[in-house]
Unconditional design. Structure first.
Length: 223
């Protein structure tokens, strides 16, 4: 499957026997995945050890769909192994801001954040397979609006929450207020609405971020 395709969903049952839909919003991680300029391209080297295969991985902590810990931009404080998992698991809202263009400002969010503390932004970049420095990103004013709502987590389907020509203001505003960031999602197959988010990073001791497997659980109308 290429990077730009929609991802398969699976159905399962909860404890009450009701069916739920699980939507994988993680980009497939391979040597072909788009890379932020200056980042480390991933290299996978599989070895045949006779009775088994084993693969050596060389890549950045911010390769593919990944989670930023506060230490990423603050350089101190919470690292990826110590972020509260409750911030990246639980009810969330997907907002379609694909008409916002490259700059997602407060006007695109006003009146749409009530009753939530986890937010995913679906932009025009969702499903794109090549890096474009004009990817959609959050403005500093929008970041302040989000932290003013005590958001625990924000995710986006573009390479970064902040513009390519940035100074780190957006990252620092969010991370300093405990809002965990998820980047390079694929929301191309997801409709705007409320879901359950599950985003789990690797437990990498003392590091600034980690690739993650991220899924949404949709149980709307399922009995």
């Amino acid at each position: 499957m290429g990077e730009s395709g929609s991802f398969p969903s699976s159905a399962s049952a909860d404890g009450a026997g009701r069916s739920v839909k699980i939507i994988d919003i993680t980009r497939p991680l391979s040597e072909e995945i788009l890379i932020y300029p200056g980042d480390t391209p991933p290299v996978f080297r599989q070895e045949n050890r006779g009775h088994y295969f084993i693969t050596a991985l060389h890549m950045s902590t911010h390769t593919g769909t990944h989670i930023d810990a506060p230490a990423h931009y603050l350089k101190t404080g919470t690292t990826i192994d110590t972020i509260p998992l409750s911030h990246v698991m639980g009810p969330c809202r997907v907002l379609d801001v694909s008409r916002a263009g490259t700059s997602i400002g407060p006007s695109h969010l006003h009146g749409r954040l009530k009753g939530i503390d986890r937010l995913l932004l679906k932009t025009s970049f969702s499903g794109a397979g090549r890096f474009d420095e004009n990817y959609p990103s959050l403005t500093a004013d929008a970041a302040r609006l989000i932290t003013g709502c005590d958001m625990k987590c924000i995710g986006i389907d573009s390479p970064s929450i902040e513009s390519y020509e940035c100074d780190g203001t957006v990252h620092r505003e969010l991370l300093s207020r405990g809002c965990i960031i998820i980047e390079l999602l694929d929301l191309s197959a997801v409709e705007e609405g409320d879901y359950i988010l599950v985003a789990l990073p690797l437990r990498l001791t003392g590091l600034d971020g980690s690739p993650a497997r991220v899924v949404l659980i949709d149980n709307h109308g399922c009995e």
